[in-house]
Write a protein that binds this ligand. Structure first.
Ligand SMILES: [Zn+2]
Length: 449
């Protein structure tokens, strides 16, 4: 079952606890200072474990860590040191026991563990990743990448915490507390990396995390998803938490004739935007495929995946099959054929409300209407089918654009995702501006002629 049925992973975990584990004294501040600031703001009990000590300056660096934690609002008694040797951290029976015992002694039983990604060139960082996965069960993980050693091509974050001014200031103060490391930390490199993560998430600057959920770790995964500030990733993580995405293209139904009805530059605007965000911002997070609805392989590709269908039943035979023939939907795009002339419109499957495109005096589209449908797949209830069906192409492009830029219609999409979780299906008829592709939800459907 989707949503609604989310159960607490373990009933004995009453308070929310998040544990951050860094190989070295400044690692978690570097990769997750903004995240820590947000956890504290929410009143979540937050602990930091520093796994290794720099033997040449141990006591100094421990006190720097305490000051840094305080700058982020973490009480100093919540900072633990395991005292392993810098450069020689290993994941073995002893180190697993040490980490577990240190946590048990303090009553730490985290729903969410934040630690290094294994896409990291530093051996200590990779060892700590392995150590955390071995030491904690029934939990969720966020894996951070720090600018000094992250392997950018292998690092595939899908949770992004925006570095707002306030978070960036707190993070800056925490890192400044590691004054013995001023040369090494490198502000410029950190900023470049934070801006790079921002580009992946439509934010100015961000921290990025890979997410992983163990069996029984649904509470932590849920907490992680609420921390996500990227509109794109937040939307897609909720819409389709797992699985590949296949875009099913429609055929050019009316060719040049249709292009006289709206500005040509809009003809592929939504399609291009969705393709671009799937292949750049979502790269590595999930696989993206594209197929023509006319292809013999179309259904074969749709069956195991999350499908985005571009266009209505006239131009997309997969939409005709999955949406127009489904008894689960209220609204469909439909058509009348009289001789050579085809009239397309939106209608209620079982009622009498109908929508037609509105044209201006020069015969160009002023408002198109379109049906956005999100529903669980008939092939696999863990997958979704998303249908973007305009009466004309301009309506279809407007809906595809909203999927690529979910931050442009947050209330609408949030409401649809809630209905999807509750009922397995959500639909809206939307008015789409024929010049700007802006969408408006029709709240009073009966009043539209
Ligand atoms: Zn480190």
């Amino acid at each position: 079952m989707r949503g609604g049925k989310r159960r607490r992973g373990r009933i004995d975990k009453v308070t929310e606890q998040v544990l951050l584990v860094g190989a070295h004294p400044d690692d978690v501040e570097l990769g997750a200072g903004g995240l820590i600031h947000e956890l504290i703001r929410r009143g979540i009990e937050t602990f930091i474990v520093v796994v290794s000590d720099d033997t040449s300056s141990g006591p100094l660096r421990r006190s720097e860590s305490m000051t840094a934690a305080e700058e982020l609002g973490v009480p100093t008694q919540n900072v633990l040191f395991l005292g392993l040797s810098d450069g020689a951290v290993t994941c073995d029976h002893d180190s697993i026991d040490l980490l577990r015992a240190a946590c048990a002694e303090r009553g730490i039983d985290p729903q969410l563990v934040v630690t290094h990604t294994d896409a990291d060139s530093h051996n200590d960082h990779r060892a700590v990743n392995e150590l955390c996965r071995a030491a904690f069960r029934h939990t969720a993980f966020l894996f951070l990448g720090i600018s000094l050693s992250v392997e950018t091509r292998r690092f595939t974050p899908s949770i992004f915490v925006e570095l707002t001014r306030e978070r960036q200031d707190a993070k800056g103060r925490a890192l400044a507390a590691h004054s013995s490391q001023e040369q090494r930390i490198g502000l410029a490199a950190r900023r470049v990396w934070e801006e790079e993560l921002g580009r992946k998430s439509s934010l100015a600057a961000a921290e990025g995390f890979e997410v992983e959920q163990q069996i029984g770790g649904s509470d932590g995964a849920h907490l992680a998803s609420t921390l996500n500030d990227s509109p794109l990733h937040r939307f897609w993580n909720r819409l389709a938490p797992t699985g590949d995405v296949v875009l099913v293209d429609d055929v050019d139904r009316a060719g040049a004739a249709e292009l006289d009805l709206y500005p040509n530059e809009l003809a592929f605007r939504g399609l291009d935007a969705l393709r671009l965000c799937m292949t750049t911002q979502m790269i590595g997070v999930r696989r993206f495929n594209e197929v023509s609805s006319e292809s013999a392989q179309a259904f074969q590709l749709v069956r195991p995946a999350n499908a985005v269908l571009a266009g209505g039943p006239v131009s997309n035979r997969v939409a005709r099959e999955l949406i127009n023939h489904s008894a689960r939907v209220r609204w469909v795009v439909d058509y009348d054929r009289r001789g050579d002339a085809v009239t397309i419109f939106i209608r209620e499957r079982t009622g009498s409300i109908r929508f037609d495109t509105k044209f201006d005096a020069s015969g160009r589209i002023r408002d198109d209407f379109a049906v956005l449908t999100v529903m669980t797949s008939d092939f696999d209830p863990e997958r979704v089918v998303v249908s973007c069906a305009g009466i004309h192409g301009v309506g279809t492009q407007a809906l595809l654009l909203a999927l690529a830029e979910p931050g442009s219609a947050p209330k609408l999409l949030d409401a649809m995702l809630r209905e999807l979780a509750e009922n397995g299906v959500a639909q809206r008829v939307l008015r789409c501006d024929g010049r700007t592709l802006e969408v408006d939800e029709l709240l009073d459907l009966a009043s539209v002629p």
